[in-house]
Design a protein around this ligand. Structure first.
Ligand code: SF4
Ligand code: SF4
Length: 87
């Protein structure tokens, strides 16, 4: 069973207050050949109080077995070790 494990504390999505969105990194999203990874606002505020922190999530997570071939490209490109794929 494929499981997407994400550590928001490790993920450092830089936030641009003018554009109100993360503007850099997102390497995992760009690397995913199946376009399964997306970002959304974190519900709770970050410890440093920065507004609008974001988190990465996997679309169709409950059906990851069907859609994610466990290629590990997202894991390999992440500079912070914020993503693991468990099989
Ligand atoms: S393991 Fe591959 S297909 Fe699955 S989410 Fe990561 S990059 Fe996408
Ligand atoms: S590659 Fe890693 S640090 Fe960059 S957005 Fe994805 S999870 Fe966050």
């Amino acid at each position: 069973m494929v499981r997407f494990v994400y550590n928001a504390e490790r993920c450092t999505l830089p936030y641009d207050p003018e554009q109100r969105r993360p503007t850099t990194c997102l390497k995992c999203i760009e690397a995913c050949p199946k376009s399964l990874l997306m970002f959304r606002p974190l519900k709770k505020k970050s410890p440093d109080g920065a507004p609008g922190r974001y988190e990465i999530y996997m679309a169709f997570r409950s059906r990851a077995d069907k859609y994610c071939p466990s290629c590990l490209k997202c894991v390999e490109v992440c500079p912070n070790g914020a993503i693991r794929i468990k099989v």
